[in-house]
Design a binder for this molecule. Sequence first.
Ligand code: PLP
Length: 407
Amino acid sequence: MSATPEPASPAHDQHAAALSPATLAVAAGRPPRVQGGPVNPPVVLSSTYVSQGEVPAGEHFYARAGTETWHPFEEALGALERSAHPALVFGSGMAAIAAAMSLVPAGGRIVLPRHAYNVATSYAQDLGRRSQVALTLVDVADTDAVLAAVRGGQGQAPASMLWIESPTNPMLEVADVPALIRGAHEAGALVAVDNTFATPLGQRPLTWGADVVVHSVTKYLSGHSDVVLGAALADDPALHALLRGYRTLHGAIAGPSEVWLALRGLRTLALRVERSQANACELARRLAEHPAVVAVRHPSLPDDVGHERAAAQMDGFGSIVGIRPAGGAAAADAVVAAVRLWVPATSLGGVESSLERRRRFPGEPVTVPEDLLRLSVGIEDVEDLWADLSGALDDAAGMTAPSAATS
Ligand code: PLP
C-alpha cells in the first residue's frame, strides 16, 4: 500500500476554499472517492514501514516521523484554519506549545498574556530559568501596552515572539488580535496564537497574518474528553518545516487511534460549538441577574469589556463563562460540590458541562480571583444546566430554606 503522506482529499483546492467551516469539518480529510472504498480513513497501526535504500521525501519509513492516520485530521484542521499547509498533530496541546516556543532563539524574549493558560506560562518560565529566553507578561487586552512590551526599548531588545490567547484562559480577556499581529510584525516579532478557546469556527488567526496557531485538540476539536492531543499550524514553509522537525526530533507525537478519534469528533464541531455557545450565552445572561453571583464574564454580555472586540473579530462568543459566586472561594467550592449534572473537573470543550475553581491550582496566577469558577458549557439542555447550577448557587449562598425532612 502506498505510504504517501499527501492529504487524502483535496481540502486546499478552489472548491474547498469556497466551503464554509461547518462543511469543511464534515467533508475535509475523507479518503479518495473510489467504488467500494470506505468513507472514513482506516487506522493504521504500524510503527515502521517496508523501506530500504534512500527514503524519498514524503515517503513513510517510521511512524515517529509520520503515519497516514494523522493526515486526514491534519488536512481537515488545515482547511478549517485556512492554512496553506495541513496542520501538524502533536501528542498534546503542550507539545504543540513547546514546539511553537522552540521558534524563539536562545537569548530571545517572549511577550505572553499574564492570564495565558497557566501551563504555557510555566513552560515559558521554565525556559527562562534555563536562561534560554526572557519573558514579559502583559495584559493582552491592552493593545498599546502589549506592543510597547514587544518593541522593548531602554536597553531591552525587541521581543522575538508575541504569544496571544484570546479569549484568555480563564479570565476571558479579549485581545485585538489583528492589531497585535500587525504591530508585532512591525517590531519584527513572530506571532503565535493559541486558538483553543475560539476554535477555527470562531476565528482564523492565520488569515490575519499570525505565524503560528496552536490548539489543544483535547478540547473542542475532539470534543468528547476522551483524548489528549495538540496541533500546530504555520503558513510559512520554513516555519512549518521547523515545527515538523521539532515534532520528529522530540518525539512529541500522537497515537494513530487518538487522532482517528479526534477526526471523528471534529466532524460534529460546528453542531457542538453552535449549541454550547448558545447555551453559554443564555446561561451568562441569567447568571448576570442571579443574586448569588457577584460577577460574570462572557464576551456575549453587552456590558462585558471584551464584547465589542469579540463581536467585531469573532464568529460567536465561545462557550466558557467565568463567574464569582457571592461568598468567596468557600462558596465557589460549595457550588462545585453541590452540582449534580455539571461535572467537577478540569479541562473544557467536551460535550458535557464542567466547572472548576481555577485557583485550586497553585500554578494559577494570583491575579486570577480566588473565587473564580470557570464554566465549560456543554451541549445539554440549557434548562437542565440552569436548574442544576442555579440550585447549587442558591445552596452555596444559603438561600435555600432548610429541608423539612428530619432523617
Ligand atoms: N491551551 C489552552 C488554552 C488550554 O486550555 C490547554 C489545556 O487546558 C492547553 C493549551 C494545553 O493542552 P493539553 O492539555 O492538550 O496539553
